[in-house]
Design a protein. Structure first.
Length: 95
C-alpha cells in the first residue's frame, strides 16, 4: 500500500445492474482487490494460494434470494482478480 492508513477492498470490475437483473439468468461478474485509490502492488496481496470468494446476496425488504456461481467457489488469483458467472434465483420457502 502507498501508506499504512490504506486498506485493501474488493471492488466490482464487471457488475450486475439491479434493474436489468433477470432471475435465473447467468451473468458475468468480475471482482478485484485494490486500495481506496485503485492503486495496486502485487506485494499488497500476500496470498500465494488462490483465496476463495464467498458470494451472498444483500437482502432488502424480506426477499429470499439464492446465488449460484460458476465455478462453484470463485477464487481471487495472485493478482487479486477473478471473473465468474453468477445466477440469482428466488429462494424456495417451505413445503
Amino acid at each position: 500500500l502507498v501508506h499504512p492508513n490504506q486498506t485493501l477492498r474488493l471492488f466490482l470490475r464487471e457488475c450486475i445492474d439491479p434493474p436489468s437483473l433477470v432471475l435465473g439468468e447467468w451473468r458475468m461478474m468480475g471482482v478485484g482487490c485494490r486500495n481506496e485509490y485503485g492503486l495496486w502492488r502485487r506485494a499488497d496481496f500476500w496470498a500465494e494460494e488462490p483465496i476463495p470468494l464467498e458470494v451472498t446476496p444483500l437482502m432488502q425488504g424480506g426477499c429470499q434470494l439464492a446465488v449460484t456461481t460458476e465455478p462453484g467457489t470463485p477464487s481471487l488469483d495472485a493478482s487479486g482478480k477473478t471473473n465468474f458467472r453468477v445466477k440469482v434465483e428466488a429462494k424456495a420457502t417451505g413445503p
